[in-house]
Design a protein around this ligand. Structure first.
Ligand code: FAD
Length: 302
């Protein structure tokens, strides 16, 4: 059965938004002004990524802790298994619990020598994301999100092996999955059919990357195994030096993608914001969300 046929009337749209921890004062300002702008849309949660090799452990923690302290948003902290013992990771998880964080995005993380090389688990660490999920659930009653790969993880032996890995994460307690970004919705629907056929029933939230910069997005896609359809490249062709038109085209492309998903009955979206608010705000507006909610810092009104 196709998911395109599964539309069952109006469902409220829910969005979550992903940020990365800032590396400089200037980037910090950009992040927080984006948070201020997007917060009144009342995202279901906002997530903060964890740098490769644990390089942003402190920055991720500080950003998430500040969100808990100063805003009415519900933050989710990303966490990976890379280069850390179980005890160290459990300590990080405990400190999130103590800071009032109740949602973690649990990942294995990329190989230490870069994408395309072999991942080496830490001898005293969590070997796979499913082990991390189980470890997190032991520390506290967190909501745990995990990754899903509609176009197959670059290291996976096959799509079936990848779906087995997702199943292992669900069996370990994962509550929902967020997909790697994709541009062709049929890829997502085909994946969803396979996941459901494998008996996995958790929400598989589509991860949407609004294309702020086509060249960067294409590079990003190459590393993650996401395909870039020819029509997407064609839409941005010749706009390298035309920022204004590029932004309009970017909004149109992303709107087309999410509206098509809504038409097929999808009502949950995760946006890779790259810490910028404009495109995400515009797409959410098109989805019917209005920025009438409380400001980020308006804690009592939440
Ligand atoms: P896994 O589910 O662990 O899968 C990785 C590979 O191992 C796959 O090939 C899978 O088939 C295989 N595998 C899994 N379990 C088993 C098993 N039990 N036995 C054998 N093989 C197995 N990276 C960061 O560094 N920081 C982040 O904040 C971050 N956030 C992300 C958010 C999302 C929504 C997504 C989609 C990815 C994110 N990543 C992040 C990238 C991620 O860390 C990499 O893609 C990494 O290479 C894989 O980790 P994973 O948990 O996504 O994959």
């Amino acid at each position: 059965k196709s998911h395109r046929a599964s539309r069952d009337g109006f469902k409220p749209i829910r969005v979550s938004i992903e940020f990365f921890p800032p590396k400089s004062d200037e980037m910090e300002k950009i992040l927080w002004s984006s948070i201020e702008r997007l917060a009144p849309l009342q995202p279901k949660f906002v997530s903060v990524t964890y740098g490769a090799g644990g390089s942003t452990r402190e920055r991720t923690h500080n950003t998430v802790a500040r969100m808990v302290k100063e805003t009415n948003l519900k933050p989710a902290a990303h966490l990976t298994c890379v280069d850390a013992t179980k005890e160290e990771i459990d300590g990080v998880v405990q400190s999130y619990w103590d800071a009032g964080v109740r949602h973690i995005v649990a990942l294995r993380g990329d190989p230490q020598d870069g994408v395309g090389t072999t991942y080496r688990p830490h001898p005293g660490g969590y070997a796979q994301a499913c082990d991390l999920v189980a470890g997190i659930k032991k520390v506290g009653d967190f909501k745990v999100s995990v990754s899903a790969y509609p176009e197959v993880h670059p290291e996976a032996a096959s799509l079936d092996a990848d779906i087995d890995a997702l199943k292992a994460k669900v069996d370990a307690g994962a509550d929902q999955a967020i997909t790697q970004f994709f541009f062709d919705n049929d890829v997502y629907f085909r994946y969803l059919d396979k996941v459901r056929a494998a008996g996995i029933t958790i929400p598989i939230i589509p991860g949407i990357l609004p294309v702020q910069n086509f060249k960067q997005a294409a590079n990003f896609a190459r590393r993650t195994g996401a395909s870039v359809p020819y029509w997407l490249a064609a839409r941005f062709e010749g706009l390298e030096d035309d920022v204004e038109t590029r932004r309009l085209v970017a909004a149109a492309v992303a709107a087309e993608q999410v509206v098509d998903l809504v038409d097929a009955g999808i009502n949950d979206f995760h946006f890779y914001s790259m810490n910028r608010s404009d495109l995400v705000y515009a797409i959410c507006h098109i989805l019917g969300l209005r920025g009438h909610g409380p400001k980020a810092t308006d804690r009592k009104a939440a």
